[in-house]
Design a protein around this ligand. Structure first.
Ligand code: 4AZ
Length: 303
């Protein structure tokens, strides 16, 4: 959907602006999606009138290091949000700044915002004593206006504005947004969610994660999906299936780790069943929407 480069907003260095040998190699590796980890995130300029505190995005609580995945550590992903409707869990979401969570448009299609809530710091949803969660109501739902146009699940992205900002800390911090222009092909994606651990199974009580390789879109169009894959989507998974996100993981993040920083490169969106051979998981390609995200979250503090 979006192609505009927002390096001004994200203060990204233009990799072609310096002609040293190293920069050309870095640029080439970046273009083919193999750029080595960097330990820095580009600084973001927040509106001066907001008095935004200094903060850091994307740091997992403990950096060590669904179908076929493993349980996460308790509160390992401080941006992970459980969306509830009528007090019942139904989708994932990611905190991206102090006032907005990012999720899938299909998660909030036709929903009444007054029945929605965003639950922070949960891990085992069946145990209300394990962690101290907190909840925000939703002030507004912004579904991408082109959701579903040009292909089903195309532009499957939405922003939920929280009724009250969250105070950012080590326990609650936003995930980093990915830079524009990169494909992430060949990198490992980590999907996180409370979704079903098998096709047609129940959602998981405990938060889980699964590592799945990100495919090129041309490879993904050679799977069973053929031309159902648009440029606004990203596929991740194995040809033989086995590991995947699943029903209930929708709206949650697919991360790439850049140094110590987690970037939300995808949003769990759709798939033909779960972990089926020749049908990888399909994710919203977040870096196609950076301009849209920044334009619609101007009243918030980024890290
Ligand atoms: C779902 O129904 C769903 N295998 C989410 C993700 C995937 C399939 C289905 C990906 O919410």
């Amino acid at each position: 959907m979006e192609t505009e480069v927002v390096s001004q907003i994200l203060h990204m260095k233009d990799p072609t602006s310096n002609s040293t040998h190293k920069n050309i190699i870095d640029w080439f590796l970046g273009v083919v999606g193999l750029k080595p980890d960097e330990n820095t995130q580009p600084p973001i300029t927040n509106p001066p009138n907001l008095n935004c505190p200094k903060c850091t995005c994307g740091l997992a609580l403990k950096h060590k290091r669904i179908v076929g995945g493993v349980e996460t550590l308790v509160n390992e992903y401080p941006w992970m949000v459980a969306l509830h409707y009528n007090n019942r869990f139904f989708c994932g979401a990611s905190l991206i700044n102090d006032k907005y969570v990012l999720t899938a448009a299909h998660c909030v299609n036709g929903f009444n915002k007054d029945r929605l809530s965003a639950v922070f710091l949960d891990h085992d949803r069946s145990n209300s004593y394990e962690t101290t969660t907190f909840t925000r109501k939703i002030k507004s739902i912004l579904r991408h206006k082109s959701y579903g146009q040009g292909g089903s699940y195309n532009n499957d992205i939405a922003l939920l504005k929280l009724d009250q900002a969250v105070s950012l800390s080590d326990m609650t911090r936003p995930v980093c947004l990915p830079p524009t222009g990169r494909s992430f092909t060949g990198l490992n994606g980590i999907a996180v969610g409370w979704g079903a651990t098998e096709q047609h199974g129940q959602t998981s009580a405990k938060l889980r994660e699964v590592s799945v390789p990100i495919m090129s879109n041309s490879d993904c169009k050679n799977t069973g999906y053929k031309n159902r894959i648009t440029d606004n989507m990203m596929c991740a998974g194995f040809n033989e299936g086995k590991k995947d996100s699943c029903q209930g993981d929708s709206g949650g993040p697919l991360h790439v780790i850049n140094g110590n920083f987690h970037q939300v490169v995808g949003i769990v969106s759709w798939g033909e069943g779960c972990a089926q051979p020749n049908y990888p998981g399909v994710y919203t390609r977040v870096n196609r929407f950076i301009t849209w995200i920044m334009a619609n979250t101007k009243d918030s503090c980024y890290c």
